[in-house]
Design a protein around this ligand. Structure first.
Ligand code: OGA
Ligand code: MN
Length: 297
């Protein structure tokens, strides 16, 4: 099997084909995928009907898996009946364990809505996420696309004054900030404490390409050394810059698509869809095993 790579642009998003992800792939193929992600940050596979176990086996080739925000929902709470059999996978759906769309008031809907804010998965924890892999089981008839924004191109396009201003600035990331933006504030102390706040430089270097990037998004809640309003306004301005259409790819899902993105080089967000209709996605996420995504030199 030979991996084929069809770039959508020279530096962002490629469609990969020629391999069956249900099989045990040679190391060379995995390395080829890693290289493609290093270069294009988002890669799209079509027609990959993976079971949960096949998705886990494939994902584990890229590093240890992690449950991210599930740590908050689990903290001190009775475990809800899960739709997925494997706890290491993340259920990105609006469907309950019996296969029915959940009520509009269900916590799952809050999570769906928070995913519609631009973010980098698990930027609120240390180590943060490296790759996320989203497998489409059931797609919405209308809406429900996912958008990806290129944080390396966005950094490159900043003017020199702004680049100079950002050197040494550090953002604070907090797991519940995106939920707070949306007005969801009924958290227990155990949930607030489940994931300690972390600090990451706003400009970082991408390990696989050496390119500088903006590390921002909905989990970033303030900038160290600034008042909360000043920091949030700066983060807001950077986000607005970084998510202009020229930096954005919009993925329209087909069942059995698998999209992999590098959370260290991109932001993403889901788009609206009708919550009374089923949309079922399954995510596996690796952590940055080095834990040391560096500040830009
Ligand atoms: C995610 C996510 C967006 C979507 O799975 O991490 O943000 O479109 N998903 O479901
Ligand atoms: Mn996400």
């Amino acid at each position: 099997m030979t991996l084929s790579i069809a770039p959508l642009s020279p530096g962002f998003v490629a469609e990969l084909s020629g391999v069956d992800l249900r099989e045990k792939l040679d190391d060379a193929v995995i390395e080829g995928i890693v290289k493609a992600i290093d270069r294009y940050a988002v890669v799209v596979f079509r027609g990959q009907p993976l079971t949960e176990e096949q998705q886990i086996a494939f994902a584990e080739r890229f590093g240890p898996l992690d449950i991210g925000l599930k740590r908050v929902s689990k903290a001190g709470q009775a475990a809800p009946k899960e739709r997925l059999k494997n706890d290491i996978l993340i259920d990105i759906s609006n469907v309950d364990a019996d296969g029915r769309p959940v009520q509009r008031t269900d916590p799952k809907i809050v999570n769906n809505i928070a995913n519609q804010l631009w973010h980098s998965d698990s930027s609120f924890q240390s180590p943060p996420a490296a790759y996320s892999m989203l497998s489409a089981q059931t797609v919405a008839r209308k809406g429900g696309d996912t958008e990806f924004a290129d944080m390396r191109a966005a950094y490159d396009a900043l003017d020199e004054d702004m680049k100079a201003e950002l050197v040494e600035l550090v953002g604070e990331h907090f797991a519940l900030h995106s939920r707070e933006i949306l007005g969801a504030d009924n958290w227990t102390q155990a949930q607030k404490d489940a994931i300690p706040r972390v600090h990451w430089p706003i400009v970082r270097s991408h390990p696989g390409s050496g390119r500088k990037l903006l590390f921002i998004g909905a989990h970033a809640c303030r900038v160290l050394g600034m008042t909360v309003p000043e920091g949030r306004m700066l983060l807001q301005d950077l986000l607005e810059h970084a998510t202009q259409r020229e930096f954005v790819y919009r993925h329209k899902w087909t069942v059995d698509d698998l999209v992999i993105w590098d959370n260290r080089a991109t932001l993403h967000r889901g788009r609206r869809f009708d919550f009374t209709e089923k949309r079922e996605m399954r995510r596996s996420t690796t952590v940055d095993a080095s834990g040391l995504l560096p500040a830009a030199a």
